[in-house]
Design a protein around this ligand. Sequence first.
Ligand code: SAM
Length: 276
Amino acid sequence: MTSLGEVLRLSTEHLAAKGSETPRLDAERLLAKAVGLERIELYMALDRPLTPLELDAARVLVSRRARREPLQYVLGEWGFRRLTLTVDRRALIPRPETEVLVERALALLAGLDRPRVLDVGTGSGAIALAIADEHPGAVVTGLDCSVDALALAAENAARTGLAIELARHDLFRGLPDGPWDLIVSNPPYVDAADLPTLQPEVRDWEPHGALSAEGAVEAVVRGAVAVLALAGGLALEVGAGQTGATAALLQEFGLVEVRVTPDLRGIDRVVEGVRP
Ligand SMILES: C[S@@+](CC[C@H](N)C(=O)[O-])C[C@H]1O[C@@H](n2cnc3c(N)ncnc32)[C@H](O)[C@@H]1O
């Protein structure tokens, strides 16, 4: 009978050979899921043999990851702020840098009892749901052009028990009438020419419409200034190297108190401003 420790070692080697940058961590998370333990509990059970069913489950999960499917999609759920969300190919995987965007969004909402908030390009619903969770008075709408993403966001709203509105809307057609106290967005910001250079996990598995849409950042800014409330805030996540141009754009459109915040790796990432 193969022990958990042995399967962990073999899975780690296999994932490393297939190019995972975090083979040990991946193997631990996948095996924990296969045997129904917390990752930390694996270490107290390394000598325990796997049942044939557990071994089959582990094989399926590890071979999915070996094809460079993102760990998050294989696990089927991922943490974002205080929430655990369902994640799958219908939408982008929520990223740690987007948690910083939520942090700035919450700061812009400080002192408002029932602010109206619009999340443009809501994807899995991560930003909209985190704001609804952490600023309970907020009335939050998430919009997306993708029916698949909206279905996933609705599942996440049900899963977390948080009430948000969801709407199908194309951001290139302007933004829905406000006035909104806050507009927040992590728009597609990867240059289409850079898509082939991305990690296989991103390039081959995440929806390209969530990664890249030329002109989306400018369209969100242009749309936002038309529907923001007076003193309403706009907070955007953009790509590395795009914050300078985005901050200039916000100023060009008349927003004030323009500010840039770095992500957890120290890369300038979030740009915000306020309608005077
Ligand atoms: C970078 S993803 C962000 C997803 C989620 N907000 C997050 O931060 O994890 C961008 C989202 O914008 C949506 N999107 C792309 N083009 C759009 C458009 N023209 N109108 C509305 N949404 C769009 C995509 O479907 C995707 O869900």
